[in-house]
Design a protein around this ligand. Sequence first.
Ligand SMILES: [Zn+2]
Ligand SMILES: [Zn+2]
Length: 183
Amino acid sequence: MAGANSPEAARSAGGAAAWWGHHSAKLLIATIIGAIYLRIEPLPPGSMVSLLAPIAIMVLVVISWLLIRAHSRRLCEACMSAMPLNAAAVAARNTRRFQVTHLGSNRPLVLAYFAVLVASAFIPGTIGLVIWTAVQASMIYLVLSYSSHRMLQPWCPLCSDNGGGNWKDVETPDPVPQGYQPA
Ligand SMILES: [Zn+2]
Ligand SMILES: [Zn+2]
């Protein structure tokens, strides 16, 4: 029998957090799509749902982001088993995603992107809606790029010294998943 404080319960709780962390990028993408949908098809105003939906989306974005950060600190078991056998070849096809990810270390560029992200919400009319949707959707590509880069980082040419990358201090993932502790 597994009590609330048993190692089994702790392990399954840790497993659930790890599972959620592993899928946090998908959660974030779903949240972005939900936010776009709510802008295009707004809920009837005045209802409890229309009041709570934007708050729920904000909370989901923050939780997803925190989980992505936690998940990024190690290579999880699910990531290990999802690693393609021809990782080097897959990495070679993903150089554009790597480049996008490395732009994330360019602080002025990131600030400019966030400024556009926020400002696009204030452009009125259909044009504004189109621009806003495009900018929001670009976040999905960023999340995908970040996920690909994280998994294929050992093969990222920009992370290596001769690749001209600015992530020189990056550490190669440990082949043994560190988050998993057998009870
Ligand atoms: Zn993972
Ligand atoms: Zn890289």
